[in-house]
Design a protein around this ligand. Structure first.
Ligand code: AMP
Length: 397
């Protein structure tokens, strides 16, 4: 098993690459965000430059059986445009017609297999199906970080057909390298900013992070469970009463570990979950009935920005408020801006998992932070300390 494809030559090899081309399409079936395709280009180019053939496979959406709307053929023009080469499109991902395409292509060329999830065997992790996919290549590269937390046929099971010819591509390598930079041996002080709707989805991550960071900034809806657990009034804010005990345990574990957990000092409150609701600012723990906290308040923004500037390694996961509504995006935008500032001043900043990635993109700051993860759920599971099947499958002897 090799960790970097840098040390491998793919000359004269048919290289089957699992990519994550699950990209958004508009009604005309055009790609509206090509981030994931661009992310995969270095691996594909490496194979082509070595003189190999690149056979790309991915899922697109959640089809139930073959669905022309979710055909990979809609993606092919974008790949061709970005790579500057012709893309052969296979009519299926397995079977004679698909093999006819990949067997007749030349080295230096690219082929795209049809949507893997047109076959239910893909998500079932069916071994026979994985074997059929494996017929396309001499070598398998897994470069789909976005699905690395799934033990599907193309992401994990297929590895057993390439015991000596399986690799992680550059997307995978970068994701692992960058997140490990935060989790292990990073420059101190290390800060984790954790937000989002619910504390329940972040408990394991918080538990894991406490042994690795110096500060935790908490924002978003999950802050109110912490505030209520400490005896504060949170009005009609989002609270998970069944997790009040978990919030207290996390605070206690942080204290024991010498980690500082910061909660918002003040809150932007609203009288309804709506952009045009009446709004005001309440001190933390003093939110009146009939009002709900939908963003961190101005004092918290100032304070959180100072903490961010004082840290050298920073992970951000989850928005500070309901940033999809302009009335409640100020905190999230300010944190994004503070991260850009910190990056300029030499901090390593990683944006990982779901909505904080959406936020950094919304504000156009993706190029102004150190690293933006391409995998939502996969990044969350990695942060939770789980073994990702898509990585383990390559690592296993
Ligand atoms: P998550 O997927 O857990 O990271 O949560 C992201 C979602 O949390 C976003 O859609 C936000 O709108 C939502 N969110 C953030 N802050 C709040 C809040 N104070 N109340 C309700 N929802 C929130």
């Amino acid at each position: 098993m090799n960790f970097s494809i840098d040390q491998v030559s793919f000359a004269q090899k048919r290289v089957l690459i699992r990519v994550d081309f699950n990209v958004p399409l508009n009604e005309a079936r055009e790609v509206t965000d090509d981030t994931r395709i661009r992310a995969a280009l270095p691996t594909i180019k490496k194979v082509l430059n070595d003189g190999g053939a690149a056979i790309l496979m991915s899922h697109l959406g959640r089809p139930k059986g073959a669905d022309p709307e979710l055909s990979m053929k809609h993606i092919a023009p974008k790949i061709a445009e970005l790579l500057g080469v012709k893309v052969h499109v296979a009519p299926d991902c397995i079977g004679d017609d698909a093999l006819a395409v990949t067997n007749s292509m030349n080295f230096g060329e690219v082929a795209l297999l049809e949507n893997l999830r047109f076959h239910k065997e893909e998500t079932a992790g069916d071994e026979f199906f994985a074997g059929q996919l494996a017929e396309h290549g001499d070598v398998w590269i897994n470069d789909a970080f976005g699905t690395a937390h799934r033990a599907h046929a193309s992401t994990a099971v297929i590895a057993r057909f390439f015991p000596h010819d399986k690799y992680l591509g550059y997307v995978m390598e970068n994701e692992i390298f960058n997140v490990n930079k935060v989790l292990h041996g990073s420059e101190k002080p290390v800060l984790a900013i954790v937000g989002g709707a619910k504390v329940s989805s972040k408990i394991v991550i918080l538990e894991q992070l406490i042994s690795k960071v110096d500060h935790v900034l908490i924002g978003g809806g999950m802050a109110y469970t912490f505030i209520k657990a400490q005896g504060g009034n949170v009005g009609n804010s989002l609270v998970e009463d069944e997790h009040l005990g978990d919030a207290l345990s996390i605070i206690k574990a942080a204290e024991d570990a010498g980690v500082k957990i910061h909660l918002p000092i003040d809150t932007k409150v609203a009288d309804a979950f709506a952009n045009d609701a009446n709004t005001g600012v309440s001190s933390t723990g003093q939110i009146e009935e009939g009002w709900m906290g939908l963003d961190i308040g101005p004092k918290s923004i100032e304070y959180y920005s100072e903490v961010i500037q004082s840290c050298k390694t920073i992970l951000w996961n989850g928005p500070m408020g309901v940033f999809e509504m302009s009335s409640f995006e100020t905190g999230t935008k300010a944190v994004a801006q503070a991260l850009v500032e910190a990056t300029k001043n030499g901090a390593f900043t990683l944006i990982g998992g779901g909505d904080s990635v959406a936020a950094i993109n919304k504000y156009g700051f993706a190029d102004d932070v150190s690293y933006v993860s391409t995998g939502g759920g996969a990044m969350l599971e990695y942060l939770e300390g789980k073994v990702l099947p898509g990585i383990a499958a390559v690592a296993e002897e």
